[in-house]
Write a protein that binds this ligand. Structure first.
Ligand code: CTP
Length: 313
């Protein structure tokens, strides 16, 4: 009996709903959402207690003194001691005037294609996006154009911009669409992340670009990961989208999320692509997006945040 219990603890037996069941569930609640201020405040205080997003989201001079040992959140037993030169790249304090009012968090899900949600997304005071997504005029009707915070994974810098080892012009030009955004980079998550993140920093700073880099605080990323792990999310790493939604719930008074739908059919049962701009599927086993979705859906039903899945126009 002891071994059975151990086995169940390590490999819990549970069944994720089929996507058609998720669609049925969502359809039962379309159009009946209401904000629950008490639930939203409670959830914000849970996040505050575990992770303090307002103060800890990014590395700042205030939260990172010279000599601090930063443990990488995505790499076992690897740390870096912050020296004066590295600390000089951090802003003095968090650059955001808190609390932010209305925030849109935009995931990259194919559900956004044809949604007509661009206007609604841009009506928020603060818009967060994942992984330097395309925002050209082909997409703006569905995903908007406004951006204040955009994440960039070093893998994108490697794959799209030759790791910035050669010309940086294409990169600098391509991020112009994000206007005066902060580019949020996990420079201290894994060993291979630091150099490309520093290259992004200098590529933008050296040309006086409107965009500036914020380095993700690995302490914050690991405390957010623990928070969700304790709620039953089993992936190797949280998706960027869930990190951003968690941050927004700590920073913003009202949060609406778009493009969070890791399923291959839409609410009418029609096939859709994984992203609004392509159908490149994620690596299997790395993230647990359907589990993440169920947590976000629970927050939607509790009135903590609003998840937009239906068309806006
Ligand atoms: N997402 C989603 N449903 C989809 C596609 C994306 O919910 N069909 C959300 C996920 O939270 C994801 C985010 O949107 O993190 C950004 O999408 P993408 O750029 O595809 O993220 P990944 O490439 O999977 O990379 P990562 O999360 O590791 O940054």
């Amino acid at each position: 009996c002891f071994f059975v219990l151990c086995w169940l603890y390590i490999f819990p037996v549970y069944r994720l709903p089929e996507q058609k069941e998720v669609v049925r569930e969502v359809l039962q609640h379309v159009g009946v959402w209401r904000r629950n201020l008490t639930a939203a405040t409670q959830f914000r205080s849970l996040l505050q207690d575990c992770c303090d997003p307002g103060h800890s989201l990014a590395l700042t001079k205030q939260n990172t003194p010279v000599g601090k040992n930063l443990w990488f959140d995505g790499e076992l037993f690897h740390s870096v001691t912050i020296d004066t030169a590295t600390r000089s790249l951090f802003p003095q304090n968090s650059p955001f005037k808190l609390p932010l009012k209305k925030c849109s968090v935009v995931g990259n899900g194919g559900i956004l294609k044809g949604s007509g949600c661009g206007k609604k997304i841009d009506q928020a005071d603060f818009v967060m996006r994942c992984n330097l997504p395309p925002l050209s005029s082909d997409y703006s009707k569905d995903v908007g154009a406004k951006t204040q915070l955009v994440t960039a994974n070093p893998s994108i810098i490697k794959n799209r911009f030759q790791n910035l080892l050669w010309s940086r012009k294409a990169f600098v030009n391509s991020v112009r669409i994000y206007n005066h955004s902060h580019v949020y980079m996990p420079a201290f998550s894994m060993k291979g992340c630091t150099e490309p993140s520093l290259r992004v920093y200098y590529s933008l700073a050296d040309v006086g670009a409107n965009q500036s880099v914020l380095f993700a605080n690995p302490d914050f990323l690991s405390s957010i990961s623990k928070f969700w792990k304790n709620k039953g999310i089993h992936g190797k790493r949280l998706s960027t989208g869930l990190f951003l939604v968690s941050s927004a719930l700590g920073l913003c008074e009202e949060v609406t999320i778009y493009g969070f739908w890791p399923f291959s059919i839409d609410l009418l049962g029609k096939s859709i692509s994984h992203h609004y701009y392509d159908n490149r599927l994620p690596d299997t086993g790395f993230h647990a997006m359907p589990e993440e979705f169920l947590q976000l859906w629970f927050l939607h039903k509790s009135g903590v945040l609003r998840m937009q899945l239906e068309q806006c126009e």
